[in-house]
Design a binder for this molecule. Structure first.
Ligand SMILES: [Cu+2]
Length: 288
């Protein structure tokens, strides 16, 4: 019994504790830059807009905070499976640890600091002038600097496609989303029937499309590229087919594109209601 008591004794535990802390710090110092910088550059949603770039940075910060925590959990699991393992024919638990005020205080300080930092960081990023890339309702609380000169584009969701109206181009409605490069866009996301969600992945935009609601999203496009559009809210039988490819094009090309769209859709324009931020009372009739 004496031999087994020494294996569970205080000095052995402290040595393992020191080894654990040294390994934890060592692995974290190597792993955190690897996940944050090497892996972090490729994490979603990419650099399709200023807002998307800001979201990548947010994800990198989260990775930097969570990597040492993940290392701690996995390393502790490794220790539990190997050195803290009960051996021999007699499987006896080690002595319980009770009332270690150093561990309690350290645990409270570390977890409280981590949670409060993440709460403060998340709140700051939400209120940031660049916006979080999500809809902020009809009257956004936080506006980007040059919001007065933003280009208005309306996203209209319905079962099961998105169409787009350009109030600055005579209110033309088209099934294609084309945006000028390096421009602040004010998206007005709404729905004609059920709840959808407009998700322009590479632009870092995901906004609810609710009937009767003008959900405003600001996004600043980057250089010419294409981007994926999906409905991100289960909206009925063909929800999975509610996808599209949008394009960001040079400003001159955007001007000629809108002119061409106006000519193409001129015959149907007379049947459309005038441009409005929402279209009611259509939902009851269309949703059937
Ligand atoms: Cu949908």
């Amino acid at each position: 019994m004496a031999a087994s008591a020494t294996t569970h004794g205080g000095s052995g535990g402290q040595n393992y504790g020191r080894l654990f802390v040294i390994l934890w710090i060592g692995i974290s110092v190597v792993a955190t830059p690897l996940t944050t910088i090497v892996l972090g550059r490729n994490i979603p949603p990419g650099n399709g807009s200023t807002e998307a770039t800001s979201q990548v940075l947010d994800n990198q910060v989260l990775l930097a905070v969570s990597t040492p925590i993940a290392v701690f959990v996995l390393l502790f699991l490794g220790f539990a499976l190997t050195v803290f393992r009960a051996r021999g024919p007699e499987l006896v638990d080690g002595p319980p640890v009770r009332g270690d005020s150093r561990i309690q205080i350290l645990w409270l300080v570390v977890t409280t600091t981590t949670v409060l930092f993440l709460a403060a960081f998340g709140t700051f990023e939400l209120f940031d002038a660049a916006g979080a890339g999500a809809g902020q309702g009809p009257s956004p609380a936080f506006l980007p600097d040059k919001h007065a000169s933003a280009l208005d584009v309306q996203v209209i969701a319905q079962q099961w496609e998105f169409t787009y109206r350009y109030p600055g181009s005579g209110g033309v409605e088209t099934p294609h989303l084309v945006l000028p490069a390096h421009t602040l866009i004010r998206l007005h996301v709404t729905s004609l029937d059920v709840v959808h969600s407009f998700w322009a992945y590479e632009l870092g935009v995901k906004a609810d499309a609710n009937p009767g609601t003008d959900n405003v999203v600001y996004v600043t496009t980057n250089g010419p590229r294409s981007f994926h559009i999906r409905c991100a809210e289960l909206c009925g039988l063909w929800h999975g087919y509610m996808f599209d490819t949008g394009r960001v094009v040079p400003a001159a090309q955007f001007a000629s594109w809108t002119t061409a769209q106006q000519a193409t859709f001129k015959p149907v324009q007379q049947y459309l209601p005038p441009y409005a931020t929402t279209y009611l009372p259509d939902p009851q009739r269309r949703a059937g």
